[in-house]
Design a protein around this ligand. Sequence first.
Ligand SMILES: [Zn+2]
Length: 259
Amino acid sequence: MSFLFRDQSWPQIQEHIDKHSLLILPVGTTEEHGPHLPVDTDARIAEAYGLGLAEALAPDLPLLLMDAIRYGYSMKIMKQWPGTIVVRSRVFMDLIYDVCFSALEMGFDKLAILDCHGHHSGPLNTVSRELCDATDKAVAIISPAGLSRDEFNAVRQSPQGGAIHAGEWETSLLLHLSPEVVDMSKATDEDTMRYHSDFVAGDGFQGRQRVTWSTWYLQESQSGCYGAPTCATAETGKVVMEAAVANGARFLREYWEKR
Ligand SMILES: [Zn+2]
């Protein structure tokens, strides 16, 4: 039996609604990721993460995995390099709202969004609150970065500021998932994040930022990277994906059972 939403007929969808199946919606985007990674890096991670979670949970938890959203919102700074497709933030929020609202309105009551792109965290957070206001159903948002942070920090090789956009974390994941689309001969650490302070963390893996301030404009990246990709390995990528799946599955089981 397939756990892909797109493979179901409407009676099969109804059966899933009747047994309170968990819906999983992976959300990535399409944007440049330096000279060494493909532009679909976030979307590729989103799809792989959705599949990993579905395979981990499906044996004993009813669920359906939706097709990934592959386009989203990026700041203008990312358009310096070709390959970045930008959906305006409000259009993106409306798209996610309508996709999720349709699912909740037809009867699903447990829906988890997989947030696989940094610029989406604010918009997705707001949309989940709006959906709750409209339907009295609480959508969950989980991110593979957040759910692999401790395990990644235990094995990371890069210095502070090395693990953001196209840096050690993402490059490791791609080396694990799709080494054939990674060109490590083009990877450079020249754009490891330079600005650090008591208020702004070097990268998102070193603790919660105490203020909101994008320092990407200070970075003046030449390569399109914001991190240190040469530290990446497939082994680190495997650690990251396994941790994100194990922790994510544990949370989603808790989210599904609580009603
Ligand atoms: Zn990315």
